[in-house]
Design a protein around this ligand. Structure first.
Ligand code: NAP
Length: 317
């Protein structure tokens, strides 16, 4: 198949591109700074010659969006919103006018669309969309607004010959440098991977190979459209999650951090505490109902497997 990945130069794009190319597909990445074969330029906002890549392709997987690992200042929040809404809109317009439109458009969304909660897991049917929780900082609602506006662009797009799926993905865990697993692993190895603010908040995650398999499954299954949660079936509290990660690296201790320490750390890393403190308890209701079987359903085993791969890739020259 020909698969076009707008925004495919980042962490998730690297995972998908590697796997889909290895599986024998032709992969074209749209980037604002194309470099090398297989990359085509676009600006993520306006129509252009790039649209020719979508015309006649089989699958489009749009990942474009300003990184969420930043301080949630008004300017950054606006850039996070605009880059997602505008790129989804222009991808939809390009598919809408294509002579040979792709059969499926997978649009990245996020598991962050669900409410901060501990009491029960969120699936697609019974999950609570966030934004109205009484006990969280007001600006957390903006991440939910971004996700809903992003999905609204997908829904609104007039693409009658193209099936549309919103990927409500949890954190994709791959051993690549700079990804979320790498960052959490560094903290764990420094002895800093303890509970944050008590550690009761849930962490939802998905192993990179299950992420790729779920994408392939959603491409193949013509009967699935709309929002789909991409998360391992067993999210777990942050303190348990980090304990398993420490154990996978053979690190016996992890210093706990209070909310204020987390705030200082996030400031130093130019990131935001919402990424650490929001309870994301998200389960893959539709994938499981459709018969998808996870290769890595449980975090302790998945963490061991990821640590093994990280060690192997570091040993390679
Ligand atoms: N990583 C995860 O675990 C995870 C989980 C759930 C959802 N997501 C979402 O999935 C998407 C991909 O995640 P990722 O971790 O691969 O993100 P990433 O590493 O930040 O990559 C996103 C890509 O989007 C492009 N981009 C950045 N700013 C843009 C802008 N203003 N306009 C158009 N394109 C822009 C960049 O490509 P160029 O610079 O080459 O143009 C960048 O490589 C993101 O939207 C993210 O929010 C990620």
């Amino acid at each position: 198949m020909k698969i076009v990945i707008p925004g495919g130069t980042g962490q998730v794009g690297t995972v998908l591109r590697r796997a889909l190319t290895a599986a024998g597909h032709e992969v074209v990445v749209l980037s604002r700074r194309p470099s090398g074969p297989g990359e085509v330029g676009w600006d993520g906002r306006t129509p252009g010659a790039w649209a020719g890549e979508l015309d006649g392709s089989d699958v489009v997987i749009n990942l474009a969006g300003r990184s969420v690992s930043c301080r949630y200042t008004p300017a950054n929040l606006k850039a996070m919103m605009d880059s997602r809404v505008e790129s989804a809109r222009v991808v939809g317009e390009a598919i809408g006018v294509a002579v040979r439109p792709p059969k499926v458009w997978l649009q990245m969304s996020t598991a962050t669309v669900y409410a901060h909660r501990h009491d029960a897991p969120n699936d697609e049917d019974t999950g609570v969309i966030g934004g109205a929780e009484p006990d969280v900082p007001g600006y957390w609602g903006y991440s939910v607004d971004i996700a809903t506006a992003w999905e609204a662009e997908l829904e609104k797009a007039d693409t009658p010959h193209t099936r549309k799926v919103a990927l409500r993905s949890a954190m994709v865990m791959s051993p690549d440098r700079g990804g979320v697993f790498d960052v959490l692993s560094r903290l764990a190895r420094l002895g800093l991977g303890g509970p944050v603010a008590g550690g009761a908040q849930y962490v939802s995650w998905i192993h990179d190979r299950d992420f790729v398999r779920a994408v392939e499954f959603l491409v193949a299954r013509d009967d699935l459209a709309g929002p789909v949660n991409l998360a391992a079936p067993e999210p777990l509290p942050q303190r348990t999650f980090m304990r398993a990660l420490r154990s996978a690296w053979g690190v016996p201790v992890g210093l706990p951090a209070t909310k204020w320490m987390a705030e200082l750390g996030a400031l130093a890393l130019r990131s935001d505490t919402e990424l650490l403190l929001k309870s994301r308890r998200v389960v893959p209701g539709r994938l499981l109902a459709a018969g998808f079987a996870f290769d890595h359903p449980q975090w302790p085993e998945a963490a061991d497997a990821l640590v093994r791969r990280a060690r192997e890739s570091r040993r390679r020259p």
